[in-house]
Design a protein around this ligand. Structure first.
Ligand SMILES: [Zn+2]
Length: 268
């Protein structure tokens, strides 16, 4: 006796509980409201592969999560990109709750501009100060959004320093998604609310985020690559530092270039 899968139309023996091709259940009943809600809740809370379990595992097992996921335990963990997209959504939500910094009146904060006689020079100086203000306001709110853009570069750095680890670029990228994701989550739900509450904006919050990433990335890679000696941990810490320093240099040069040039009028 054969049954036909209603999802992928593969024929299989009737006593099977799941389709051997696509793993859909063989015994389906009409959809109910309960099914939809159950499915959604399940997605986040499933005992071993849910979103919340992944967060717990990223704290308790750290790099072992990436090790196991990459080496075959694909169903055990919440998928990396889905995880990252949810983290981005949480981050953007929290970031919009903070009170926006007000746009500064450049002529008031920098009265010396009024002494510039040449009107062309004056307009240019005003534009530079305005872009500086804009960049400061953008960065204090969305500096972590830039951490997301750091993923391709950081995977490259870890791949270069750990070429002998036999992981390809994409596998380093997956490890990077898990470790950057959890750091952004900690920033969004702990550091950012604390900074709103205690009123330390901008720099201290970013420094805290950097220290968090520096230490977590090192511990994460130490576990991910199954290392066990102090020297290997020191190397992980060093690579983590190089990675962050490179990113900080690159992004701050980009910001500086924007302030000076305005990207040739591309962004004003
Ligand atoms: Zn099927």
């Amino acid at each position: 006796m054969e049954a036909t899968c209603r999802n992928c139309e593969t024929a299989y023996p009737k006593h099977y509980n799941y389709c051997p091709n696509c793993s859909q259940k063989s015994n389906l009943h009409r959809l109910t409201f309960h099914d939809i809600v159950h499915e959604a809740i399940h997605y986040f809370t499933h005992a071993d592969k849910g979103f919340f379990q992944l967060i717990r595992d990223l704290f308790t097992k750290r790099g072992l999560v990436a090790y196991e996921y990459i080496n075959g335990k694909r169903k055990k963990y919440f998928p990396p990109l889905n995880f990252f997209l949810i983290i981005v959504a949480i981050f953007v939500f929290v970031a919009t709750m903070g009170t926006p910094q007000e746009k500064e009146n450049v002529l008031k904060t920098h009265p010396e501009i009024n002494q510039i006689a040449n009107p062309v020079d004056r307009a240019q100086t005003i534009a530079v100060y305005e872009r500086m203000d804009k960049a400061t306001r953008f960065l204090s709110k969305y500096s972590n959004l830039m951490a997301m853009c750091s993923l391709p570069l950081s995977a490259l750095v870890f791949w270069l320093f750990y070429r002998r680890a036999k992981y390809n670029y994409v596998e380093h990228l997956v490890a990077g998604i898990y470790m950057t994701g959890i750091c952004i989550l900690v920033y969004a739900v702990v550091i950012m609310p604390l900074s709103f509450w205690l009123g330390f904006k901008g720099r201290p919050a970013i420094v805290l985020f950097f220290v968090l990433q520096l230490l977590y990335f090192a511990v994460f890679y130490y576990g991910f690559l199954q290392k066990s000696t102090k020297a290997q941990f020191a190397k992980a810490l060093g690579v983590s530092f190089v990675n962050l320093a490179l990113w900080a240099t690159l992004s701050s040069s980009l910001v500086r270039f924007y302030i000076i040039s305005g990207f040739g009028g591309l962004l004003t």
